[in-house]
Design a protein around this ligand. Sequence first.
Ligand code: FES
Length: 576
Amino acid sequence: MSGKSPDQLRSARWFAPDDLRSFGHRSRLMQMGYAHADWVGKPVIAIVNTWSDINQCHGHFKQRVDDVRRGILQAGGFPIELPAISLSEPIVKPTTMLYRNFLAMETEELLRSHPIDGAVLMGGCDKTTPGLTMGALSAGLPFVFVPAGPMLSGQWRGQQLGSGSDAWKFWDERRAGNLSDDDWQEIEASISRSHGTCMTMGTAATMMGIAEAVGFTLPGASSIPAVDASHIRMCAASGRRIVDMVWEDLTPAAMLSRAHFENGIVCAMAMGCSTNAIIHLIAMSRRAGFPVTLDDFDVASRRVPVLANIRPSGDRYLMEDFHYAGGLRAMLSRVRHHLHLDAVNVNGRTLGDNIAGAQISDSDVIRPLDQPIYAEGALAVLRGNLAPDGVVMKPSACAPHLLQHTGRALVFDDYSSLKQATDDPSLDVTADDILVLRNAGPLGAGMPEWGMLPIPVKLVRQGVRDMLRLSDARMSGTSYGGCLLHCAPEAAVGGPLALVQTGDRITVDVPARRIHLEVSDQELAERRRHWQAPPPRWQRGYGWIFSRHVLQADQGCDFDFLERDFGAPVPEPDIF
Ligand code: FES
């Protein structure tokens, strides 16, 4: 222990003074059965817990919170559990993306308004990792992130089933008439076998891995399966560590640099990450004051190969396999020449120290550099007259023949008309066409995961399993295919996507990072003269705040007023 003395603890402002207000604070703790020995001279540690009865991925947090608490007590801290919005990815509508910033605000204000010295953040289901860490970065207190960890692999008739990816795959088979009702119900009961997050390389696994690579978790934490006993030990160790971090005053400001977020990008590429990594990591880095950009992702994608053979970029394995093959430390050790090894982790040691000696026990799961899953990184950023501020895709999960393609646009203004049309067996469509969905960006619809547009049933029955699809939506990290996403500026603010018409031709050239609408500038200017903005989607409540303040996808979709440099720093609360 060094750095801080007990009277310098932030919580001492609430509990130490000999005045009436502090008497009130102390007597209210005693109302709950605590004695002075519980808190005097001890760091007060918030455990921000995103457990709820309806977040399947965090079901084990009801018990794990006691393991975190045990660690905090062992190290001489005083644990306080503070529940936060749970954000179950499949359940919350219209999309959890609408509420990521809500969780970030809640986390920041929970930490600021209570007598907290440091925090353990418990999350993992997609938006919870960025939401919790963005809020904690803005609060500025020391924190450790405890990842929920992936669920066990799905099992059905001798096959491993992967979250999301196999749902999409078998749904297409069902639409093609190849699966019975009984088959479908068996799959429904077999795909999610335990607590924990999606176990493909979806957004959850991506963001937990990035959190570890940036330095927010204990080394090796991010891939531990949720039900593994080592997950319990990791929780307790995180509780012990945060107490020391408070004494060391290891705040985000003391610990972080741009290098930490660049390490996150390298990790994302080597993992074969979800496209959502871009939005969330950009938002996190901006909160920390070290902004990374779309261009940083694209530069890294040219250099860092995909090494994790995890679906959907990989063809076979799932997160459980990844963990037992060595996990994130092992994967990072293979791309160590791309990393800033001197970046300090929450455990107080450098990334180089933390990955030293990592063993790879299965080189088919974590590939060597000369046998990558994909020679370039997981993501590509394309620009052109259709997307001046970028459109992103995942080339490693796309049929190779679509990476350079020109096709006819088939345009839809909303998801329900898209769905109706793609379910129509007489739809005028070929596999060479490019499906386009607009008004699904941040302002248009809260940016839901609609970007893996359904392949028209007519084509599915012909055996087509991939085609180019363009939107201003996001897609699930468990999705795959030739999906061009996050088109910015979005259609709802008048981005060029708003001007495309069915029958226009669009050229996509992934190696050249180019997307082009084959329509003259004069014609586009004429169309713009007739364009009308759609009516606002939300006219009261939280959606109203969201629609007035959300930033575009290339800027991370944070609220403008939550960005680091918006206005003066928020002061510590008055205590009178
Ligand atoms: Fe929670 Fe996928 S549903 S991580």
